[in-house]
Design a protein around this ligand. Structure first.
Ligand SMILES: Nc1nc2c(ncn2[C@@H]2O[C@H](COP(=O)(O)OP(=O)(O)OP(=O)(O)O)[C@@H](O)[C@H]2O)c(=O)[nH]1
Ligand SMILES: [Mg+2]
Length: 247
């Protein structure tokens, strides 16, 4: 694959990680990468300055500066709308996913060598490794997945990890709705409900160590948004059924 990959890195106060993410991705995948879109949401630290210095040095790095209201969903949607028209694949990643950089090649291999439309970097299948995953977060995550898998008859085990590789047309064609972290659930569920062939590949997930800055996720703040995604998914499923009835 030659320069067909658009990578979206969402970032809010990630000065400790964003430089190594950009550097690591460019070092390992200069042949595959068409662009790295860093979507910064009003960071108050050096995140934007670091990304800008990379942008000056490398034409593939593009910094997108958002203004409030902030949010993971808003940032991802902004990233989606800026993807280069000639990109073939979109890879989404968090800015603290330095341990996943080497695994990008595995995701690319799966999508290139099989007939699938997308690959989810999965934390919950044999071969996955979890480091420092807080117990409450894991429990809520598993509960959410149990519900979603049962309601929508979904086979995949991890829908909410923001380490996903899709063909561009899938990302461009979905009715994304959430403004916050819950968009990471939509990017897992919506394409599957729409009928696309989505595979999983086991990955590492490492919680932040002390030198990686603070987390922005809170179950109490964002939990309700994940429940709303179940409702949005149900609407999408109904629309899909209506369309297939008409055909
Ligand atoms: N653009 C943007 N990015 C955000 C916002 N909130 C969080 N992020 C980014 O979303 C990603 C995930 O946030 P994290 O704080 O790592 O949350 P987490 O991965 O669930 O938990 P930890 O890794 O344990 O902190 C990181 O790259 C953050 O910088 C936001 O409002 N806007
Ligand atoms: Mg994180």
């Amino acid at each position: 694959m030659k320069e067909a990959l658009s990578i979206i890195l969402i970032a809010h106060n990630e000065e400790k990680n964003i430089g190594s993410m950009i550097e690591g991705l460019l070092k390992h995948y200069s042949k595959e990468i068409m662009e790295i879109l860093v979507v910064d949401d009003a960071s108050t630290d050096e995140t934007a300055a670091i990304a800008e210095s990379w942008q000056r040095r490398n034409l593939k790095v593009k910094l997108i500066l958002r203004t409030p209201p902030c949010g993971v969903g808003r940032a991802l949607r902004t990233g989606f709308s800026h993807v280069h028209p000639q990109a073939k694949y979109i890879l989404t990643m968090d800015s603290d996913f330095t341990k996943n950089i080497e695994q990008v090649s595995s995701l690319l291999e799966v999508i290139e060598k099989s007939d699938c439309d997308g690959v989810i970097g999965s934390r919950f299948i044999p071969g996955s490794i979890l480091i420092n995953y807080p117990l409450l977060k894991k429990l809520m995550n598993r509960l959410f997945h149990a519900l979603v898998r049962r309601i929508f008859h979904i086979q995949q085990h991890d829908l909410t990890n923001n380490f996903k590789l899709y063909k561009v047309e899938i990302i461009k064609g979905m009715p994304w709705r959430s403004n916050d972290f819950a968009l990471n659930a939509e990017t897992g569920i919506f394409p599957i409900i729409a009928g696309y062939n989505v595979k999983e590949f086991p990955v590492v997930w490492a919680g932040r160590s002390q030198d990686m800055g603070k987390t922005k996720f809170s179950i109490f703040k964002f939990g309700g948004s994940y429940i709303r995604v179940i409702f949005y998914s149900w609407i999408l499923l109904r629309q899909k059924r209506k369309i297939s009835l008409k055909l």
